[in-house]
Design a protein around this ligand. Structure first.
Ligand code: ADP
Ligand code: MG
Length: 605
């Protein structure tokens, strides 16, 4: 059996790790990164790009570059809120079964497929890294993911050719990393502030047990929302200076968004940052630039309301398990946004203790997944995970109401049996509408689907006694089984699967995607050339980042143009001659920069 890998399939970034005996190791991707952006670009002729290269084409080709797909996994189109639709520039549509899908050209991709492309890249990186085939994985999901979202994640794994041995909750994975390192019992808080979501979990851990006491989250609160606040501020600055409202211009918005994120990252270490966007817009009176500086103080005043919301969730989580901040022994920070100094200060103040900085916030979840993989492989001593369901599970009863069967925060795995019967004579089937959520009103909950019990023995109404068993397994996924127990004889009642992908559909997709290697049709020469250009562009970007403060505006502009030209050609061109020219041009450009900067600082290539 090959290695089982652990994957943190994030909204913004994904990370993959495995256990090298007892040591978790993060797998380096083809670009040399430990973190792979969860971004997929699809070109007109169906070629795909995943990770850093796709992230960079966001600006040039926003309609065909899919980011944040995790937000739409296993969700119905009708459930999506207007701001969720506006958050992305690709086209979300309703698929045949009512789920959200992504339309690119004349094809609609399911979120499962897009996620599968990310997983496939991680799997490939793992295979290259380990030098052997990889077919099994543990994948993490947010604690509040519903059954449908978990199922969709599992299906994405299957499409990517991975047998998903276990789905575990992200905070539980972070706790596993903690347990693996320390051998003492403690109460810990896992504060996970990522790109699209916020999560807080309180866990009781011991050397062989991790028990979730409470978990809460906000799946529309993350780094992207922080960026949006900065974008709004930038729009205001531009309006003040030029009297023009550019909030409807998609390309401008995308440039502002990128600049906002860059500024935010810089403000995690610097106290002030310059934002310079030349030629943001041009009208009859000439080109308009945006040039301003953002101080950490202003940034914090823009974003603190969001940070406050995360603290509010922390307080509620503590309340739910009847603990006070003083009962928490350690706080583990997870997610890129937890690197923001103000966030750290606020969390530290809330819990009134130093923060545990011993874990890399980008990697701790993937490492936990790898540890779980190690446990399943038998290489690592088992840790019992007492996780809880984050939603109540119920069924629809008369008057469109929801009757709870398994309440929220029940430790999983768990099960509950409900007796149902028929309402008319000789009724052969009974429909059961399964719901996930807290509302007493059936319609306000997430519908997991209508299970149809078939093959009930004919009998007068009310006579059949059908035992329906609802179970939530260790993956947090709902299983329904039923039997007709009339006159003591047990007959299994068959169950029509609820919505989602059928096994046949998954197999078809798996087949389709398995034939797909990224740019599989290209010659090795061309691949190597692309790789070289990619490296040149990356060093040029690094050069610009490091030297922005010392460079003349004209040089910055030239470099930005060269980068843009390079990225564009890399994406659009498969012509060897063209790419050769580009590589040469970039090499000359470097030489030219080296001359200007006195030789020493020019990027390598
Ligand atoms: P996810 O779990 O959603 O995949 P991550 O945990 O990778 O996300 O976090 C990504 C988010 O973290 C992005 O919004 C990114 O801008 C933000 N981020 C990463 N590093 C920093 C930093 N040093 N300061 C502020 N924000 C950061
Ligand atoms: Mg995350």
């Amino acid at each position: 059996m090959g290695k089982v890998i652990g994957i943190d399939l994030g909204t913004t970034n994904s990370v993959c790790a495995y256990m090298d005996r007892r040591d978790p190791v993060v797998i380096i991707n083809a670009e040399g990164g430990r973190v792979t952006p969860s971004v997929v670009g699809i070109s007109k002729n169906g070629e795909r790009f995943v990770g850093d290269i796709a992230k960079r084409q966001l600006l040039i080709n926003p309609e065909a570059t899919i980011h944040s797909i995790k937000r739409f996994m296993g969700r119905r189109y009708s459930e999506l809120k207007p701001h969720e639709l506006e958050m992305v520039q690709y086209n979300l549509v309703e698929t045949r079964n009512g789920d959200a899908g992504v339309e690119i050209g004349d094809r609609v991709y399911l979120p499962q497929e897009i996620s599968a492309m990310v997983l496939q890249k991680l799997r490939k990186s793992a295979e290259d890294f380990l030098g052997e085939p990889v077919t099994e994985a543990v994948i993490t999901v947010p604690a509040y993911f519903t059954d449908r979202q978990r199922q969709a994640t599992k299906d994405a794994g299957t499409i990517a050719g991975l047998d998903v041995l276990r789905i575990i909750n992200e905070p539980t994975a972070a706790a596993l990393s903690y347990v693996h390192n320390r051998k003492k019992s403690s109460t810990i808080a896992v504060y996970d502030f990522g790109g699209g979501t916020f999560d807080i979990s309180i866990l009781e851990v011991d050397r062989d047990l991790a028990e979730v006491r409470a978990t809460r989250g906000n799946n529309t609160l993350g780094g992207a929302d922080i960026d949006r606040r900065i974008v709004e501020w930038l729009l205001g600055q531009f309006q003040k200076e030029h009297g023009i409202d550019v909030s409807e211009d998609k390309l401008v918005l995308q440039r502002l968004r990128e600049a906002a994120e860059r500024a935010k990252l810089e403000l995690s270490s610097a106290h002030e940052t310059d934002i310079h966007l030349p030629f943001l817009l041009a009208d009859a009176t000439g080109p308009k630039h945006l040039q301003c500086s953002l101080s950490r103080y202003t940034f914090e005043s823009l974003a603190t309301p969001l940070f406050d919301q995360t603290l509010e969730e922390c307080r509620k989580a503590l309340e739910e398990c009847r603990l006070g901040p003083e009962d928490i022994d350690e706080v583990i920070l997870v997610g890129g946004s937890s690197r923001i100094p103000k966030v750290q200060e606020m969390v530290k103040n809330l819990f009134d203790r130093p923060l545990n900085k011993g874990f890399n916030p980008d990697e701790v979840v993937a490492i936990g997944a790898a540890i779980q993989a190690g446990i399943l492989e038998g290489d690592v001593k088992a840790v019992t995970l007492l996780d809880v369901t984050n939603f109540s599970l119920g069924i629809e009863v008369e008057g469109r109401r929801a009757a709870k069967l398994i309440p929220k925060n029940t430790t999983i795995p768990t099960q509950k049996t409900q007796l149902v019967s028929t309402v008319i004579d000789n009724q052969r089937t009974v429909k059961i509408h399964v719901l996930q959520g807290e509302s007493p009103n059936a319609r306000e909950n997430v519908s997991l689907g209508e299970f149809e019990l078939q093959g009930i023995e004919p009998a007068p109404r009310g006579v059949p006694r059908i035992q329906v068993k609802f179970a939530i397994d260790a993956n947090g996924m709902v299983q329904v089984s039923a039997k007709d127990t009339r006159s003591g004889v047990s007959n299994a009642v068959s169950i029509e699967a609820p919505t989602g992908l059928s096994q046949v559909e998954i197999d078809e997709l798996r087949q389709e995607h398995s034939n797909y290697d990224e740019r599989g049709d290209e010659s090795d020469d061309l691949k190597a050339l692309r790789h070289q250009i990619e490296k040149q562009l990356v060093s040029l970007e690094g050069f610009l980042r490091d030297n922005r403060g010392f460079l003349h505006k004209k040089d910055i502009f030239e470099i930005e143009q060269a980068l843009k030209r390079g990225r564009m050609a890399l994406l659009k061109s498969s012509d060897k001659g063209n790419l050769d020219d580009l590589s040469l041009y970039l090499a000359r450009f470097f030489a030219h920069l080296a001359d200007k900067t006195g030789g020493g600082d020019a990027p390598v290539h």
